[in-house]
Design a protein around this ligand. Structure first.
Ligand SMILES: NC(=O)C1=CN([C@@H]2O[C@H](COP(=O)(O)OP(=O)(O)OC[C@H]3O[C@@H](n4cnc5c(N)ncnc54)[C@H](OP(=O)(O)O)[C@@H]3O)[C@@H](O)[C@H]2O)C=CC1
Ligand SMILES: O=C(O)C1=N[C@H](C(=O)O)C[C@H](O)C1
Length: 276
């Protein structure tokens, strides 16, 4: 759908690291309009979302902690209102349900939802015939890494994933690492057949098993942003795929694409690769 009107967008988590980037990206896109900026952080209530995001001019959109009135407003916008959510694993499930209930289409970057929650939300979106995009990683580089990993996994039986993030991250392992493991697991084989009887002298030393024997190891350090390695091994060789994020701007083309696509959908779709 190519609407003659700009798509109205409310951003939830607008004062956060990702939310501020999205405020900038949405306000600079001529086919989108920033309708509302929501964030619970008391320090930022009433501040102009544009100024907080580092824009030279105010956007005249104040940060508010009132999600429901914003959704009510977006829901009345010719059925094409969109909520972008970059908040916290503890609140994202409720946010998505509220948005759908108001007829607003969610574009969800927040990670940490359980498979059961995702399934429940898919059914809820389906019943409401409302589009919802849930995207654990908006960067094109990660899509390419995952495609290469799927290809490599046809030839390697041994693989482990290491994800490395800043130490403000609430969930572990990352949504991206879980998605990557799931993609490999869907090939229908079990990886990493045991070679010896292993003993963990410290619990967790060997990471956690996500699916089909694939282990994920999570590193949290200041100085990191978001990084992932998928390491394949076989006799005499190691094949390493690595993606590094150096600026959260890398996610913005994917976020803008998702906003434009979600208004055409009538169900929940999971993963950036599905809309490219
Ligand atoms: N899909 C992707 O490509 C990416 C996903 N992410 C994910 O996005 C999420 C946010 O990341 P990030 O921006 O780094 O986190 P931040 O903590 O920097 O930002 C989150 C913001 O949301 C606010 N918030 C938390 N709960 C609520 C709520 N109930 N209502 C309104 N606002 C709320 C926080 O307020 P307060 O400070 O008070 O907690 C904060 O301002 C994480 O789950 C992260 O994993 C991150 C990067 C890329
Ligand atoms: O918290 C982050 O920063 C990120 N979270 C997402 C995830 O959990 O996969 C995406 C990216 O890794 C950055």
């Amino acid at each position: 759908m190519n609407s003659q009107y700009p798509i109205p967008v409310v951003i939830n988590g607008a004062a956060g690291k990702m939310g501020r980037e999205v405020v900038k990206a949405v306000s600079q896109a001529t086919d989108l309009t920033l309708l509302g900026a929501i964030d619970r952080n008391p320090e930022h209530q009433g501040k102009d979302a544009g100024e907080l995001a580092g824009l030279p001019e105010p956007l005249e959109v104040p940060i508010t902690d009132q999600l429901e009135p914003m959704l009510a407003m977006a829901g009345q916008e010719r059925q094409i209102g969109v909520m972008v959510d970059f908040t916290h694993p503890s609140t994202v499930y409720d946010n998505i349900r509220s948005a759908i209930a108001y007829g607003v289409r969610p574009v969800v970057g927040t990670t940490g939802l359980s498979p059961a929650q995702i399934q429940d939300l898919a059914e809820f979106a389906d019943k409401a015939s409302t589009g919802c995009l849930m995207i654990p990683n908006f960067s094109i580089g990660m899509v390419l890494l995952q495609q290469a990993a799927v290809q490599a996994s046809q030839y390697f039986d041994h693989v482990e994933i290491i994800e490395l993030h800043h130490n403000q991250k609430a969930d572990a392992p990352s949504g991206t690492a879980l998605q990557t493991a799931q993609m490999l697991a869907e090939l229908g084989k079990t990886f990493n057949p045991p070679q010896v009887e292993e003993t963990e002298k410290l619990p967790g030393a060997r990471g956690s098993v996500a699916a089909e024997g694939i282990r994920i190891h999570s590193v949290r350090l200041p100085g990191l942003i978001a990084h992932q390695e998928v390491i394949f091994g076989s006799a005499g060789q190691i094949y390493t795929l690595r993606h590094d994020t150096s600026d959260r701007a890398c996610y913005m083309p994917g976020v803008l694409l998702a906003i434009r696509k979600v208004v055409q959908l009538k169900a929940l779709v999971y993963g950036l690769e599905k809309i490219l």
